[in-house]
Design a protein around this ligand. Structure first.
Ligand code: PHE
Length: 355
């Protein structure tokens, strides 16, 4: 091998030893074998060699090229193995380390309660109906037999929206009952629906919030009776509270949109707060047979169709079921409260079998 080739070999081998990582290694490879590499240049120069020496020189260059290629590849394998070793050492698992905390979110008791309500009524063949929070005065009151100046309006502490031109007034719905009107106007009869959602009244203390939730129910068919109403609500209340023998009482009452109307009470012990025990009664929801005028207002012939409706406060039944003493923390987003009263998102909403 001529001197220049021997020198290139020695020099390259030394540079490969020097190259401590793959980046330095690659620089050596490019400097020798790259497009402008030293060996490449020598190969290009072969054409200029005198013809009588060209064969020998060519053979020597090929031997050198094989040797250098091999040396370069061998160094790469070494460096890669070393890099892997280093990573394995650095990334070794330490099973004695405590796991990183992974906080899971919890389902808010209001959401959970609405899911439970939907599951129970769903099993009874009810569909979910919806309506807007910002409602027309007509859907919220007029359609439900509460015309302007009706005394019942005074009970509702209504939030009115600023009037827009000549448009009819709008309100934040004070109950879920306007969804009844919407269902009657759009659904094919017969039907059974519930509507769960937000409602608003200008009222704020330990048991009232300006925003709260209600669940409405409406069943319309050709011959629905008070008996259906009672059976449906007794079944619901016993399933919801998970008390098979929960006492339920129907007490005559008044709502403009039902006739007759009934307040529904459940039995409890006022002192201990225990449901289904003791001899006290607790008012829990409003109900009644849909007023013929409401049916007519919503385009339904009251001589052909009749049914019942009911409405209840979601917070109220959630508080009773889970022993929550104060309404306000429901909306305060206090994580400690939620950790205490929240529900595991992976636990399915169960119907209370056997009730
Ligand atoms: N809308 C009534 C309320 O908010 C409840 C109710 C609904 C009563 C349906 C009877 C029938 O108090």
């Amino acid at each position: 091998m001529s001197d220049d080739l021997a020198a290139l070999k020695t020099e390259t081998e030394a540079a490969l030893v020097e190259a401590a990582d793959l980046r330095a290694w690659d620089a050596v490879r490019v400097a020798v074998l790259g497009r402008n590499g030293k060996l490449t240049a020598l190969l290009k120069d072969l054409g200029k060699t005198a013809p009588e020496q060209r064969r020998e020189r060519g053979a020597a260059l090929n031997v050198l090229k094989d040797a250098l290629t091999q040396a370069i590849e061998a160094r790469r394998a070494d460096l890669e193995a070393a890099a892997l070793e280093a990573r394995l050492a650095a990334e070794r698992l330490d099973p004695s380390l405590p796991p990183r905390p992974r906080p899971t979110g919890l389902i808010h008791p209001i959401s959970r309660t609405m899911e439970e309500i939907a599951a129970i009524f769903g099993a009874m063949g009810f569909a979910i109906a919806e309506g807007p929070d910002v409602e027309s005065d007509w859907h919220n009151f007029g359609a439900l037999n509460i015309p302007a100046h009706h005394p019942a309006r005074a009970d509702h502490d209504t939030f009115y929206l600023p009037a827009q031109g000549n448009e009819p007034p709008r309100v934040l719905r004070t109950h879920t009952s306007p969804v009844q009107a919407r269902a009657m106007l759009t659904r094919e009869l017969p039907f059974r629906v519930i509507a769960v959602g937000r409602t608003y009244r200008a009222d704020h203390d330990a048991t009232h919030s300006p925003m709260f939730h209600q669940c409405e129910g409406l069943v319309l068919d050709r011959d629905i009776t008070l008996g259906h109403l009672k059976g449906c609500l007794i079944d619901f209340l016993r399933a919801f509270f998970g008390i098979a023998e929960l006492p339920v009482r129907f007490r005559s009452s008044y709502f403009p949109f039902t006739e007759p109307s009934m307040e529904v009470d459940i039995g409890w012990d006022r002192r201990s707060g225990e449901l289904g025990k003791g001899s006290d009664w607790l008012e829990i929801l409003g109900s009644g047979m849909v007023h013929p005028r409401v049916l007519a207002n919503c385009g339904i012939d009251p001589r052909a169709w009749q049914g019942f409706a009911f409405g209840m406060g979601v917070e109220r039944i959630a508080m009773l079921k889970h022993g929550v003493p104060d309404l306000r923390p429901f909306y305060e987003s206090d994580i400690r409260w939620l950790r205490h009263y929240g529900f595991n998102p992976l636990a399915p909403t169960m119907l209370h079998e056997g009730v």
